[in-house]
Design a protein around this ligand. Sequence first.
Ligand code: PRX
Length: 664
Amino acid sequence: MGDIAEETGGDGLDRELADLLEVERFPPPEEFREHALLKDAEVYERAAADPQAWWVEQAERLHWFSPWEQVLDDSNPPFYKWFTGGTLNVSYNCLDRHVEDGRGERVAFHWRGEDGEERDITYAELLADVQRFANALKDQGVGKGDVVGIYLPMIPEVVIAMLACARIGAPHNVVFGGFSAEAVRERMEFSEAKALITVDGAARKGQTAPVKQRVDEVMGDLDTLERIVVVRSKGLDCPMRQGRDVFYDEIVAAADPDCPAEPLDAEHPLYILYTSGSTAKPKGILHTTGGYLTGVAATHRYVFDLKPESDVYWCAADVGWVTGHSYIVYGPLCNGATSVMWEGAPDYPEKDIWWEIVERYGVTIFYCAPTAIRACIKWGAKWPEKHDLSSLRLLGSVGEPINPKAWLWYHKVIGGERCPIVDTWWQTETGAIMITPLPGITETKPGSATRPFPGVFAEVRDESTGEPISEGQGLLVLTRPWPSMLRTLYKEEERFVETYFKRFGPETYLVGDAARVDADGYIWVIGRIDDVVNVSGHRLSTAEVESAIVAHVDVAEAAVIGQHDEDTGQAIVAFVTLQGDLAGDEQTVEGIRETVATRIGKFARPRRIIWADDLPKTRSGKIMRRLLRDIAEGRTLGDVTTLRDPAVMGQLEGKVKEMQAEES
Ligand code: PRX
C-alpha cells in the first residue's frame, strides 16, 4: 500500500486516495445497478453456454434487408465469416431506421468547435447530409468496393464521409489527423485508394494547419488517386488541381438528395484502418459489415449501459483511431445515442474545456484514455472542480493499462465516487471491446479490465508451454472467433495468419499483449510483447520510427525502444549512430525529430536521443532491443554473451547514466 500512497501526490488527495485503495474492490453502486440494462451475472453463463445464440440475439437488434443463412462459417480458420448470406447496410442502421421510427429530431451530435461554435445535428439532418454526399461520391466515380481515404479533423463532415462510404459500399480508410501527409500518402498507396476526402485547414489550439497544401506536396504522383474532395472548413486558400480536386460543398450542392442504402453482404468490407505492427510497414486491418456492427452495437449498449432516450454520451477520442470508429461513429449511431463531438484538444482554450463541455451538454457517460486522465491529475483538481459534473453516471477508460492512481482520481474527482468505471481492453483488430466490466454487474478492481464480455473467450497462456494459466502471468489469447474480429490484413493474407494465428494455430488469436490473471479470474493487461509501443494511447512500431529516423541524412543506424513514462505510458527513446565521424548536437536532435514528424507525425517524435558509436547486435546482425530497454530502465543487463561486441553495452550504459543525471 505504501508505494501507492506515495504515488498519489498532488491536490491534497493522497490520504483519501490511499484510503480508497484499501477498499480495493468497487461493487456497482446500488443506485446504478438498480437501473442497469444488465444486472444479473447469469448473462455470462448464458453466453458461454451458447455463444452463437448470444451473438444472434445481438445481431437481431439490427435491421437486415435479408436474413443470414449461417451464423458462423468456421470451415476455413482463421478466415471466419459471420452471418453469411445476410444483407444489411451500416448507414441504414445508423440513420434511416431511427428516422423511420420517429427519432429523426433526436440530436445525434452536439458538435462544438474549437472557437466555441456550436452545432446540434439531428438524425434526420445527418441522414440528409449522408445521402447527398453518397450521391456526390457516386457522381465523382466512386462505386461499391472502391477504397476512399478520409483525412479530416473532428468536424461533422468526417462522420458524414464515413457513413456516405458505408451507404454505397465503398470501404473507407481513415487516417488520424495527427499523422503527417507523408503517412497519409503511404496509406493511400497501400490501399490503392481511388479518392481522398480532406480539408482546407484544421484547428490546432488556436492555429490553423494548412492540411490541403501539405497533402498536395506529397500526393502529386500517386496515379491511383483520382479525386481529392476538399471540405472548406477554415476558409483557407488552397491549391486545387484541375481534373483531380473538387470542393465538398460544390459537389454536394449538385447532388441528388435521395440515395437509398445499398443492401450489402454481411461480409462486405466496411473499412480498412492502418495500425502499427512489428515491422515498419503498417498493417491494414480489415473490418466487414454485419459482424462488426453487431459487435460494436452490443458492446456500446451494454458496456456503457446506454439509455438512448436520456443519456448524453461522449467518447473523447479522435475518429481517426479505432476507438473513434467504433465508439464515436458506428456503435453510438447504431444505438440511436446522443453524443458530444469536440473539435479540439483537452487543454485549449483552457484546461477545463472538457469539464465545461460535460456541464454544458449534461454528459452522462464519458469515455477517454488514461493518458488524458494523468494529464488532468497533473493540471490539478481545480479545473474539474470549476464545473458541475453531477450529470455523469458512468466513466470509461481505453487504450492502455490504467494505473490505480489514475483510476482512483477519475473515480473520485470526476465521478464523484458514484460512477462505475469500465476499463475496456480491446484493439484495432478486435473491432469492439473484448475485456471489460459490465457496470451493473462487475465488481471492479482499479487497474484490471476484469472479465471478457459475454460471448468472448480469453485466456492467459504460459509463454513457454503454451498451456492456459489459472493464476499468473503469460500471453493473452482469444480462443474463439467473435463477430467484430478483423477478417484479414488488407492485401497481406499471409502476414495476417503469421502475425495472429501462427503461435497457437488457426483457431487461437494471439493478441500480442502480456497479461496476468488473478485468483478471481480477473485479467490485468500489462502491455505489448512485440515491438509496438503505446505513447499516449497512440500505437507505434519501433521499426516504423527507426525507419523514419534513418531517413535523416546524418543517421547511419537507429534502434528505438519504448521507455516507461509517468505521463504518456511509454516514451520513445532512440539510440542513434551517425554517419562517419559526425558528432551529434542539438541541431541534429532537432533535425531528427523533424524528420520523424514529417514522415509519421509529431506524436511519434522521440523524447530522447542517445548517441551511440555502435548498437548491441547479435553475430547475425540483429539489434538486441531487449538490452537497450534494460539499460534505459536501469535494470541489470540480461545475457550479453551472444553479442558480437559485448563492450558496446558498457559504453551505452555510461551514456544513459550521464543523460539521466543531466535530466534530473
Ligand atoms: O496493448 C493493448 C492496449 O492497446 C493495444 C491496442 O491498441 P490499438 O489497436 O491502437 O487500440 C487502442 C484502442 C482500443 C492493446 O493491444 N490497450 C488497449 N486498451 C487497454 C490496453 N491495455 C490495457 N488496458 C486497456 N484497457
